[in-house]
Design a protein around this ligand. Structure first.
Ligand SMILES: *[C@@H]1O[C@H](CO)[C@@H](O)[C@H](O)[C@H]1NC(C)=O
Ligand SMILES: CC(=O)N[C@H]1CO[C@H](CO)[C@@H](O)[C@@H]1O
Length: 346
């Protein structure tokens, strides 16, 4: 629904309905603001971190170095109407370096992934599975399109009958030429489709941490327009944080309009190439400037008609007091970001 909250009277609504979205620049960004002509996201939710933690310890110990997301956290968000959960995992735990990318999967770790995927998709929600590896495996950049394509073909084979699984090729490649990253993504797409997984959405990620704000200047924009899928079911996944260096490490946002501003060129590129976008990571601090900036970003996306999804970074049981944690019951992003900046866009 358009407005979850009853804070708006009909008169207020009428007054706002023809106005462009105006992020609040006042001292209190409390109410969801009108976002006329918005198309709701098909996929909206959170990242669920944990299985990628402790990547200095490979394989590491479950419960000590890493953990799987909590079913209760998934329940919390689906109860509110969110439907998409990104599950980062560690490539070296699933494919032990001793046998390499084309070897057998570790059955215990795979079982953990399958359990949380089944829980999510059993509720009718979508599970985005994602090696959180920056295009690096066992300390070296992945360069073999053949090995990477085979790895994805093998993994997709396991999930090919579950239409609510989304394949996210790999998290945030960086310090690699866009064309190399593109070739590896195309190999992954080919491998996934070759497995017989033809109904699922695939998300591809570019170099430079797949940043939306640098999409057209990083080289990604020069090559990703060529991505090809026989099943025509791909979206370009980008990430965007709203602090000064775009890293999501500061609680201070650049301005109340920085969200929409940083997405503009990427949105134009998506339109020009007739492609869909998926904002796989979005994060900011819990303060008025950031809340307005997140509202502005989500509204611009929903008005653009090219962004099909967005995910907050991040939920997950081990974030502690990390300022972007949205893990119930007490993650810092729950009290303001969730009701003011995310739920209005459900
Ligand atoms: C497709 O690839 C060619 C050759 O690498 C490149 O010149 C062109 O810009 C690409 N097109 C798009 C839309 O990315
Ligand atoms: C910006 C941000 O939240 N980055 C996180 C990316 O994922 C790794 C592993 O989960 C975290 O350690 C980073 O903080």
């Amino acid at each position: 629904m358009f407005f979850k909250s009853s804070l708006f009277s009909l008169a207020t609504l009428a007054a706002l309905v023809s106005a462009a979205y105006v992020p609040s620049s006042t001292s209190s960004a409390t109410a969801p603001e009108a976002c006329p002509s918005a198309t709701k996201f098909k996929f909206f939710g959170v990242n669920e971190s944990g299985a990628e933690f402790g990547n200095q310890n490979i394989p590491g110990i479950l419960g000590t170095d890493y953990t799987w997301p909590s079913p209760s956290s998934i329940d919390f968000f689906t109860d509110k109407g969110f439907n998409t959960f990104r599950i980062p995992f560690q490539l070296e735990r699933l494919s032990p370096p001793a046998t390499g990318l084309t070897g057998a999967f570790d059955s215990t770790y795979l079982g953990g992934l399958q359990t949380i995927v089944d829980f999510i998709t059993g509720k009718g929600a979508f599970a985005v599975i994602e090696p959180h590896n920056f295009m690096i495996y066992n300390g070296a950049q992945i360069t073999s399109t053949s090995d990477f394509g085979t790895w994805w073909q093998n993994l997709a084979t396991i999930f090919k009958d579950n239409a609510n699984v989304i394949f996210d090729v790999i998290n945030e490649p960086h310090d690699m030429p866009a064309s190399t990253v593109f070739d590896l993504n195309q190999a992954a797409v080919n491998g996934i489709r070759a497995s017989g997984a033809t109904s699922q959405l695939i998300l591809v990620e570019g170099t430079s941490w797949t940043g939306a704000w640098t999409w057209t200047t990083s080289g990604n924009g020069d090559v990703f327009g060529n991505i090809s899928d026989p099943n025509d079911n791909i979206a370009i996944e980008m990430h965007q944080y709203l602090d000064s260096d775009g890293s999501g490490t500061s609680e201070t946002c650049v301005s109340p309009t920085i969200g929409a501003e940083r997405l503009q060129a990427a949105t134009d590129w998506l339109k020009a190439h007739n492609l869909k976008g998926f904002l796989g990571e979005l994060g900011a601090g819990s303060n008025d400037v950031c809340i307005s900036a997140v509202q502005g970003a989500l509204c611009a996306m929903q008005q653009s008609d090219v962004w099909i999804g967005a995910l907050w970074w991040a939920a997950g049981p081990w974030w502690g007091d990390y300022f972007q944690s949205i893990e119930p019951p007490s993650g810092p992003s729950l009290s303001q970001i969730l009701p003011q900046a995310l739920e209005p866009f459900l």
